[in-house]
Design a protein around this ligand. Structure first.
Ligand SMILES: *[C@@H]1O[C@H](CO)[C@@H](O)[C@H](O)[C@H]1NC(C)=O
Ligand SMILES: *[C@@H]1O[C@H](CO)[C@@H](O)[C@H](O)[C@H]1NC(C)=O
Ligand SMILES: *[C@@H]1O[C@H](CO)[C@@H](O)[C@H](O)[C@H]1NC(C)=O
Ligand SMILES: *[C@@H]1O[C@H](CO)[C@@H](O)[C@H](O)[C@H]1NC(C)=O
Ligand SMILES: *[C@@H]1O[C@H](CO)[C@@H](O)[C@H](O)[C@H]1NC(C)=O
Length: 313
């Protein structure tokens, strides 16, 4: 992270080439919304699908989940992959139907996930097989091709994988979830170029997750990572209820006794007015019960020493 600054400090004059960024003309990636009516109804508040499913979510989709991880290490620290200090990491942006069910890998022509999980579209042997991606594009190459170095830097700070590269996580999230959101359909882009929808999805997931800074929301109730004390599900719910008006899903995994007390995930459910890219999010209560124990203390562990660094927002 500090390398470009060092270069600038020693290598005046400050030519752009000192940053050694490839010269790319930033290209427009956004879908065409010029014929969209003004949105007046939040998703899931009407049974009527919008006439144009590029303008608002179609086909009964209406829950948008800003999802985040709390990991204590990445496993790739030796390759420079660190967690952001004082921040949860982004997991993705997901859409569910209004009843909380969902589909995945909805357009295999936009399949960039090198190890699809699950390996069929419905997770069952009778679903369509999702072929592993073996092409040359990566999340980073698509962002760079459209000149979005800003976004590439942001996601490398705040959208962090564990046990594999960040690119793999970003490609997985788009192909599994982004392709199921009608407002990212290829047909929504006039003069579609491969990757526009990918860039938009990454930007939309960043925007949605920035609205719910879980580290800060929990801190409003004095809840901080600790390896010597625990918190409770009720306290975490109360922090979100007072900050956002709704209770998210908290995910926990089992501790050594088998009780689900180790906090690892949050999913913040929303209805949206307009598109998930640009529209207004309104938090709603989770449709999926927490997996965290409500009768024992919850471990919100501190990061492993050396696994987190301060990142620029
Ligand atoms: C999907 O994964 C399961 C579990 O690893 C495996 O048994 C199955 O053969 C795989 N199916 C396909 C179509 O690859
Ligand atoms: C696929 O398998 C599931 C579970 O075995 C079954 O409920 C479902 O009806 C099957 N779907 C099709 C299209 O055969
Ligand atoms: C969520 O549930 C709580 C009660 O558990 C309620 O006070 C709150 O109003 C609900 N929020 C929404 C957005 O429905
Ligand atoms: C606590 O969890 C149990 C088991 O998941 C559930 O049945 C119960 O309703 C929960 N209690 C509260 C107060 O949420
Ligand atoms: C806190 O505990 C977690 C879980 O055991 C561990 O991964 C982490 O390294 C610990 N952090 C510190 C600072 O001790």
């Amino acid at each position: 992270m500090l390398a470009p600054l060092t270069v600038l400090a020693v290598a005046a004059p400050l030519a752009a080439s000192a940053l050694s960024l490839p010269s790319v003309t930033p290209a427009f990636t956004y879908p065409s919304l010029k014929n969209c009516p003004v949105s007046t109804e939040y998703s899931c508040t009407t049974d009527v699908s919008p006439e144009n499913t590029c303008c608002a979510p179609g086909a009964g989709q209406g829950l948008f989940l800003a999802t985040q991880f709390w990991n204590t290490f990445t496993g790739l620290e030796d390759k420079g992959q660190f967690l952001p200090k004082n921040s949860w990491g982004i997991h993705g942006l997901w859409s569910d139907f209004c009843d909380g069910t969902y589909t995945q890998y909805c357009d295999l022509s936009r399949q960039y996930d090198p190890s699809p999980s699950p390996n069929t579209t419905n997770g069952l042997p009778n679903g369509t097989v999702v072929p592993p991606y073996t092409g040359k594009e990566t999340a980073t190459s698509m962002l760079q091709r459209f000149g979005r170095f800003d976004l590439a830097r942001y996601v490398d700070g705040f959208w962090i994988n564990r046990g594999d590269t960040n690119d793999v996580l970003h490609q997985h999230e788009f192909s599994k979830h982004g392709t199921c959101m009608t407002t990212f359909d290829k047909a929504c882009y006039s003069d579609y170029q491969e990757g526009q929808d990918f860039v938009d999805y990454i930007a939309a997931a960043v925007r949605a997750n920035k609205q719910f800074p879980t580290f800060d929301i929990l801190a409003t109730r004095g809840i901080y990572p600790s390896n010597s004390t625990t918190t409770t599900l009720a306290e975490m719910n109360a922090a979100f209820l007072s900050s956002t008006g709704a209770i998210p899903y908290f995910g926990c995994v089992a501790d050594e006794t088998g009780a689900k007390t180790v906090l690892t995930e949050v999913w913040v459910y929303n209805h949206v007015l307009g598109t998930p890219q640009f529209g207004q999010y309104s938090p709603v209560n989770t449709t999926y019960p927490s997996t965290c124990s409500n009768s024992t203390g919850i471990h919100y562990y501190e990061r492993t020493v050396g696994s987190e660094v301060s990142k620029w927002a």
